[in-house]
Design a protein around this ligand. Structure first.
Ligand SMILES: [Zn+2]
Length: 527
């Protein structure tokens, strides 16, 4: 007997509306009723009290991360609606769930799929036709970008100031350790010829083998499949630096791990950022996102063993002390000359046209004509300043709040059992300057200074973060005083820095025996 499978709000409204939180919860409930093998966890509770669902679709017997690991199957994490104005991922994610209990049930013997269909639930409930007005539907409006605190969840991956991000990192990313994470968005940047653009991890501190594999194998394979099977054009995310002069180049966005795609790379795992094109209609955006996610799953199925080996190797290299030097400051670089599909635009007279959607300068008119243009793809970053990776960082015993953030990330932190004398280095501060411009309710802090050797005695209870752990790339980024996205940058140490001449994070360069014990497991995960 044919089962009654649920429909999304997008489908039942003929693509005039997007789902509310309650609609998504009802949909997930219907999926569970139709298939008792589907599990649902709450991974966070929002500021307004909404429980965020994580739907788990795997083979029978997979009930938690331990049983997932025991299968040896890859864990794939699909997340939608981090920006609640960008709604098609939320609809496509629900359609995927329906497939996973019907047409694509077989996939669940190949992988464990985790789906978080509505990450920014509070932002989603602020649906209005006033939001994202340049986006082509849905006609009945979309939610807002920020969460209820007014914070952008896609800038919160490092500092973890929102309950959503704390739950995501602790209960999904650290706990389930997905081999690949997929983050679904919509872009309203430049006018180009792609229905969807995508990005891998952009921070060059990620393991080179992972970056190479995404760029040389995984993404090209998915792109080819999108063209062959769906006849749709997709490409690396970017914007024309000048919509009227495309030959000036195609630029990607940012390398900092406050963005999810860059963050996941620092954890030695794979990631794909998906950006449906805001100027095609809502239904087309749902369709292309849905197809893209399916092609990702297919590519993971094909490449799972290789990807698992590469991720395990990236972890192992760090354990063996092969992570020696890493960047703290970066710049965008030309990657390669390539053809990019440009929408021809022409200058317009005052009173006509609209500003360039990316630079917001000038007045231009769209022609609808798509032309391939050869240009430089500024699609990669390189470090402009690199530092040695120490054996361990040493952090003041008073920094309990900062340590809690490290532990939510899954970083192993220890405390000294006894007073210990160590050959350590201090970062002697030259200048400490807060950004004039407020960003995410912060004035980001930039330190300059120099590391100086000094033998110091540290009291019992001092925190230690050793860098021979798999999350060392992330720990380095969070703790280096000069890091452009670390805890010091985000003002986490401002109080301890008052009038200080020395950064509150020391480093020990050479391996040394330490009498220390691990700080016990992080508390209240879903807070
Ligand atoms: Zn977005």
């Amino acid at each position: 007997m044919a089962q009654q499978l649920p429909q999304t709000v997008a489908e039942t409204s003929h693509y005039l509306s997007t789902s509310r939180y309650e609609d998504v919860m009802n949909f997930v409930g219907a999926i569970q009723r139709a298939d008792s093998g589907i599990r649902v966890e709450t991974f966070a509770t929002t500021n307004e009290g909404r429980a965020l669902p994580l739907v788990i679709a795997g083979p029978p017997g997979v009930v938690d991360p331990a049983s997932a690991r025991a299968t040896g199957l890859p864990v794939v994490f699909i997340m939608a609606n981090i920006h609640a104005g960008e709604v098609e991922g939320k609809e496509a994610a629900q359609m995927l769930l329906r497939d996973l209990i019907s047409t694509h049930r077989k996939l669940r013997s190949q992988m464990i799929v985790l789906v978080a269909p509505i990450y920014n639930a509070d932002g989603n409930e602020r649906i209005s036709t006033e939001n994202r007005k340049t986006q082509h539907g849905p006609e009945h409006g979309v939610g807002v970008r920020e969460n209820a605190q007014g914070l952008d969840l896609n800038r919160d991956y490092m500092k973890l100031e929102t309950p959503e991000a704390r739950g995501l990192i602790h209960n999904v990313i650290a706990r389930w350790d997905p081999l690949i994470s997929v983050d679904l968005h919509t872009t309203n940047g430049s006018y180009h010829g792609y229905q969807l653009t995508y990005s891998p991890m952009l921070n060059p501190n990620a393991a080179e083998e992972l970056i190479d594999f995404e760029r040389s194998t995984l993404l090209p394979q998915i792109r080819t499949a999108m063209k062959k099977r769906h006849n749709k054009e997709t490409f690396y995310y970017g914007n024309f630096v000048d919509q009227l002069m495309p030959e000036k180049g195609w630029y990607t966005f940012d390398q900092r791990p406050r963005f999810g795609n860059n963050y996941v790379g620092l954890r030695n795992r794979f990631v794909i950022l998906s950006e449906a094109y805001s100027y095609i209609d809502f239904r087309a955006r749902v369709d292309v996102t849905y197809e893209f996610v399916h092609e990702i799953l297919r590519a993971v199925e094909d490449n799972a063993r290789k990807m698992q080996r590469l991720a395990a190797k990236a972890d192992e290299m760090i354990r063996r002390g092969k992570f020696r030097k890493s960047g703290v400051r970066f710049e965008i670089k030309p990657w390669k000359e390539t053809e990019v599909l440009w929408e021809r635009c022409t200058p317009s007279d005052p009173g006509h046209g609209a500003p360039d959607p990316w630079t917001e300068k000038g007045l231009i008119t769209r022609t609808g004509e798509i032309v391939p243009v050869k240009m430089m793809n500024y699609g990669v970053f390189a470090a402009t300043e690199r530092n040695d990776v120490p054996y361990a960082y040493v952090i003041d015993a008073a920094a309990t709040h900062q340590i809690e953030t490290l532990r939510l990330h899954g970083i192993v932190v220890e405390t000294l059992n006894e007073e210990t004398k160590l050959d350590s280095e201090q970062f002697v501060i030259g200048d400490a300057s807060h950004a004039e411009h407020e960003f995410q309710k912060h004035h980001e802090l930039t330190l300059t200074g120099k590391w100086k050797s000094r033998s110091e005695t540290f009291p019992a209870g001092t925190f230690i973060v050793r860098m021979n752990q798999p999350l060392a790339r992330l720990a380095f980024y969070l703790l280096e005083p000069r890091s452009d996205d670390g805890l010091i940058n985000w003002n986490a140490f401002d109080e301890l820095l008052e009038r200080a001449k020395i950064a509150p994070v020391r480093r020990v360069m050479k391996a040394v025996g330490l009498s220390a014990r691990a700080v016990s497991s992080a508390g209240s995960p879903a807070e």
